[in-house]
Design a protein around this ligand. Structure first.
Ligand code: ADP
Length: 407
């Protein structure tokens, strides 16, 4: 009987999944990946096989209005497609592992309780992540589940990088810099030795530029600092989030402009960043092709902020050997890469324009003092590897960087 692991990434309005088949004693092959989007509004299911061919595409009825119902639909679809298959583990992406979970963990009722206590720290993500775990429990009782956290990779950062400079009692209540996008950075760190061996052991800044955007400073594959902090609002300008903001602005919004806490939360998570500046779109593709001055300003700010933070990460590392671009914008926009590299020329980055158009993987010239790269991220594979490793399922084990991060 063929063994499968399933990876689940449940968000507020989408549920993404991947199915990995144990192809040989030592590797897991992507069998299918898909998602239910528009949960709560216009739910829609789509899926592709491991080769990228579409194997599912359907509008769903309005009953699919939460993560649990979406998971129910996906489970039925998987059952129909892989009749009699043996699911040997389910891995979940969970945004917050707090200070306690510094690596992937097998789900028990106690672990789930601990993760529930972190809901106030990630109210827009954690509840959906956890309800998917509960739904799998109901549907596949007895199948072990593993939680992989976006925060774990950063737990080895120096104390100063994790500090929020507020009084002791506030810090004791869990207010610290956690950092996110950790599974993406861990994957990149694991890929560096084969793709960019000359910088893998050095000082590398990774730019995960997607709808959410952040930077991570790696020293020898370990996280040293990152631009995300206590929440995923800090740092770079994002599609709908502002990135770093003077906290005095929040006081002014609440005290002088009379906005409610809910209004401010909605503004910070959904109406700021690229959409807030441009008033046109949160999608970089729309903005780079728009002739509107407000769209140009949004792109200018995105690039300005990213380049400024590349400098800050280089300072945290005491120098920089390589810059890696990943995620939707980082992988697909030669223009944004070129602009960030041009603004970072003072660090010794010289872009190879032809390689940049071709998407690398190396996009800097041979003479460039600091090399630049494009490496597609693969958070799902990272989760599948962790799930297989933790459950002793065999298959490819995490690369050394990933093992260290979990320690
Ligand atoms: P997430 O997983 O955080 O939703 P992704 O990493 O998939 O985000 O990135 C999505 C974003 O990538 C889109 O919102 C879009 O702005 C951007 N993107 C995708 N392709 C391109 C492209 N060719 N040029 C510019 N931006 C792009």
């Amino acid at each position: 009987m063929t063994d499968y692991t399933v990876v689940v990434n449940a968000g507020s309005s989408s549920l993404k999944f991947s199915v990995y088949r144990k192809a040989a004693a030592d590797s897991w092959a992507l069998e299918a990946r898909g998602q239910v989007e528009g949960i709560g509004t216009n739910p829609h299911f789509s899926a592709k096989d491991g080769g990228g061919a579409r194997v599912g595409d359907a509008a769903l009825d309005g009953n699919v209005n939460d993560a649990r119902a979406a998971l129910g639909f996906v489970a039925d679809w998987l059952r129909g497609r892989y009749q009699g298959a043996h699911v040997c583990g389910v891995g979940h992406r969970v945004v917050h592992g707090g200070a306690q979970y510094s690596g992937p963990t097998i789900v028990t009722p106690e672990v789930l309780d601990n993760l529930r206590s972190l809901i106030p720290l990630a109210p827009l993500h954690q509840p959906y992540n956890l309800s998917a775990i509960e739904a799998v429990w109901e549907r596949l009782p007895g199948v072990p589940q593993v939680v992989c956290f976006d925060t774990s990779f950063h737990r080895g950062q120096p104390a100063v990088a994790q500090l929020v400079p507020l009084p002791r009692e506030i810090r004791d209540a869990g207010v610290q810099r956690y950092g996110f996008h950790g599974l993406s950075y861990e994957y990149i760190a694991s890929a560096l030795p084969s793709i960019a061996p000359e910088i893998a052991g050095g000082r590398v800044v990774v730019a995960h530029l997607g709808s959410g955007a952040s930077l991570c400073a790696l020293t020898n594959g370990r996280s040293t600092d990152s631009t995300f902090g206590f929440t995923a609002l800090d740092g770079l300008c994002m599609g709908t989030r502002p990135g770093a903001l003077d906290p005095g602005v929040l006081l002014y919004l609440l005290q002088s402009l009379g906005l409610s806490v809910k209004d401010v939360e909605t503004m910070l998570y959904k109406k700021a960043g690229l959409i807030g500046i441009s008033g046109i779109s949160n999608d970089m593709r729309d903005l780079v092709t728009s002739g509107e001055p407000a769209a140009r300003l949004a792109v200018d700010y995105f690039v300005y902020r990213a380049a400024k933070e590349v400098g800050a990460m280089a300072a945290a590392l005491g120098g920089i050997d390589g810059l890696v671009f990943t995620a939707g914008i980082g992988e697909n926009s030669p223009e944004i890469r070129a602009r960030i590299c041009a603004a970072s020329a003072w660090l010794g980055i010289e872009l190879d324009h032809e390689a940049n158009r071709q998407r690398g993987p190396r996009v800097s010239t041979r003479a460039s003092k600091v090399s630049a790269w494009v490496i597609p991220t693969n958070e799902e594979l990272m989760i599948a590897r962790h799930t297989a490793a933790l459950l002793g399922l065999g298959g490819d084990t995490p690369a050394p960087a990933a093992t260290r991060a979990g320690a």
